[in-house]
Every structure is written in structure tokens, then in C-alpha cells.
Design a protein around this ligand. Structure first.
Ligand SMILES: Nc1nc2c(ncn2[C@@H]2O[C@H](COP(=O)(O)OP(=O)(O)OP(=O)(O)O)[C@@H](O)[C@H]2O)c(=O)[nH]1
Ligand SMILES: [Mg+2]
Length: 336
């Protein structure tokens, strides 16, 4: 390691310690800094330090609109808080127009004391002009992962996003609801990635819920599991009345244990994927090609994704600027 790398790491650890001591206001400021620029030196150092010192198990929840994800998240939050776990929540809103994650915010406000220092809910737009789901979700999640015992990410599995929840979460929960063929269509079409845990919501509806569970089991049996030693289970939950929640929490814990040491590998790979996507969103295929031509290996597992992003994007920015001033120079020469 060079001195500069040491300094970067030391500064980051210091900022992370301050963030951990600073509670929700400090976290809100750090998240605002990510959304504002995200690549100033202080934020980059903080993010790499957070990446190197994870704490939380990250649970991604996905499923069609209205399936009951927020209700389920609220019930999970209740169960986890009762166990004494601190919980961070990121609600990713599919449209930047709608008030992001307001529903989940409302539900958690109803169910939980706003003074609760062990719960933090943040909503984000899935898409802005600078990229898709993972562009800002990834750094926000990395930060919250270093602070809480559990991080929940709620996204709508509408199938059109180039980035899926599996690219940011440790454990993916897919939710389907009774009497809706659409969720099965998502699965069959291979649009929704293979989840680690599948739930049928609104089990209080009885027969239709049980039928949906059997259909989902059949659909999943045809899918190719990601980890050989993990058997996907379909669980019935009635989140509104708290049924099946403790069992789901046990499933989450079992999956985390099953992944074990593989978690670190999975996260480094996710970070490499994020780095490439982010640069692609901002500089396109030509930008990526230029970096590759210079010998950069993108989309590979990495330990310092945010410093790498800052360095590579600065290099591409400089190229864009020099090509612009080059063009101006020619024009001047011609008109002279
Ligand atoms: N009967 C029944 N209804 C439920 C249950 N859970 C959620 N609902 C209802 O389903 C509707 C949608 O619930 P949400 O939790 O907002 O669903 P969502 O998947 O988060 O919705 P989006 O974020 O808009 O995609 C609401 O009207 C809920 O009251 C349940 O366990 N039983
Ligand atoms: Mg919701």
C-alpha cells in the first residue's frame, strides 16, 4: 500500500467512527452527501471504510406492485426490533415522481416510535438521469450496512430494471400474492432472478394463498438455484396479522448462515459490478472501452470500489474535457 492509500483508509475509518457515534442526524448528512456528489474525497474515504467493515445482513425484498412488501417489511422490522436488532431500511421507489417509499415510511411511523434510534428508514428513487437502481442504492446500502444489524431493501420487481436486487442484497426474498398469475409470469419469463426465499403474502385469504404457494413451488423447482447447498422454501405469511413472520426471520438467519464466508466474496463481486455499471451509466460503452484499452479490469471483485470509481471517473472526465478543448482549438484554427 502507498502512503496515499494508507491516508485514505485512515481518514475513512475516522469518519466511519464519527458516523457510528453520530446517530441518525450524522447518517442523514452522510446520505445527503452521497446524493449530492458522492465522489468528494471525504465521502469516498468513508464509503470504502464502510465497505471494509460491514455489520448488517442485507435482505432484499422484491415482488410486483401491491403484493404486500411494505406490510411485510413493517412486520419484519417489528420482529427484528423486538429481538433487539437495529434495522436500516431503504425503500426504492420505481418512479422518481411518486413520493418515494412514503407508504413504508407511513407504516413504520404508525408501528414504531419515531424516537427509536435503532430504526432508520430512507426512500430513494429507483431511477434518475444518472442511472438505475444501483447507482445510489449501492453506496447508501454500504453505509447502512456498516451501522445496523440488518438492512432491508424494498424494490418493486417490475422486471425492466437493468439492475436487480440480487446485485446489492445478501439474501433475496421474492413476494407473490394469492390469485395473481402475474408474479408467476415474472418468474417463468426469467425476469425476476431466482430468490433465496419466496413468500406468498396475504395468507389470511386461505385457499387461494395455498394454491399460489404450490404454483410458486412448481415454478421455482424449474429454476436453477444459485447456491448448490440452499433449498428454496416457499413460506406463507399474513403480515397484516403477524403470521409466519418469526418463521421468515428464522429463514433469513438460516440463509445468512448457509452463505457464510461466501458473503464477503459475493459483496466484492457486487461492488465490481456496481463500479462497471456506474461508469457505463455515466460514460457509456466508449468510456468503458477506453479504460479497458488502458488495461483497467472492470467488473472484477474489488475491496475499494468507491476510490476506484472516483479515480476512473476523474480520468474519463479529463478525457472528455481535453477532447472538447481540442475540438474548440481546431475550430479556432479554421476560422482564423
Ligand atoms: N389481506 C391482506 N392484505 C394485505 C396483507 N399485507 C398487505 N395487504 C394489503 O395489500 C395492499 C398492498 O400492500 P403494500 O404492503 O403496500 O404492498 P407493496 O408491495 O409494498 O406495494 P408497492 O410498494 O406499491 O409495490 C394494501 O392494501 C395492504 O393492506 C395481508 O397480510 N393480508
Ligand atoms: Mg411498498
Amino acid at each position: 500500500m502507498t502512503d496515499a492509500t494508507d491516508d485514505h483508509a485512515a481518514a475513512g475509518r475516522e469518519r466511519l467512527a464519527a458516523l457510528r457515534a453520530g446517530g441518525k442526524p450524522a447518517l442523514a448528512r452522510a446520505l445527503a452527501a452521497i446524493e449530492a456528489t458522492g465522489d468528494d474525497a471525504e465521502t469516498v474515504a468513508l464509503l470504502d471504510a464502510a465497505f471494509a467493515d460491514p455489520k448488517a445482513h442485507v435482505v432484499g425484498m422484491t415482488g410486483p406492485p401491491g403484493v404486500g412488501k411494505s406490510t411485510l417489511a413493517a412486520a419484519l422490522i417489528g420482529a427484528l426490533r423486538k429481538r433487539g436488532e437495529s434495522v436500516g431500511v431503504i425503500a426504492v421507489d420505481p418512479s422518481s415522481k411518486r413520493r418515494g417509499g412514503a407508504l413504508l415510511g407511513d407504516r413504520t411511523r404508525i408501528l414504531h416510535d419515531p424516537e427509536d434510534a435503532g430504526l432508520y428508514v430512507r426512500s430513494m428513487a429507483a431511477r434518475n438521469e444518472l442511472g438505475g437502481l444501483a447507482a445510489l442504492t449501492m453506496p447508501a446500502l454500504v453505509l447502512m450496512r456498516a451501522l445496523f444489524d440488518r438492512v432491508l431493501v424494498e424494490t418493486v420487481g417490475v422486471g425492466q430494471s437493468e439492475t436487480t436486487i440480487g446485485e446489492v442484497a445478501d439474501t433475496v426474498v421474492f413476494a407473490a400474492q394469492p390469485a395473481s398469475g402475474d408474479s408467476l409470469q415474472f418468474m417463468k419469463a426469467g425476469i425476476v432472478e431466482v430468490p433465496h426465499i419466496a413468500v406468498v403474502t396475504k395468507a389470511d385469504m386461505g385457499g387461494p394463498a395455498e394454491r399460489a404457494a404450490r404454483e410458486l413451488e412448481a415454478a421455482l423447482a424449474m429454476a436453477e438455484p444459485e447456491e448448490d447447498d440452499w433449498e428454496i422454501q416457499v413460506r406463507l405469511v399474513a403480515a397484516a396479522e403477524g403470521r409466519g413472520i418469526d418463521e421468515l426471520v428464522a429463514d433469513l438467519d438460516r440463509h445468512r448462515t448457509a452463505v457464510g464466508d461466501g458473503l464477503a466474496t459475493r459483496r466484492r463481486a457486487q461492488a465490481g459490478g456496481w463500479l462497471e455499471r456506474r461508469l457505463h451509466d455515466l460514460y457509456g460503452r466508449r468510456g468503458l472501452a477506453e479504460l479497458r484499452a488502458e488495461g483497467e479490469r472492470l467488473a472484477e471483485p474489488t475491496d475499494r470500489p468507491f476510490a476506484a470509481y472516483a479515480e476512473l471517473s476523474a480520468r474519463l472526465e479529463a478525457k472528455v474535457r481535453s477532447s472538447q478543448s481540442g475540438t474548440r482549438g481546431e475550430t479556432t484554427a479554421v476560422s482564423a
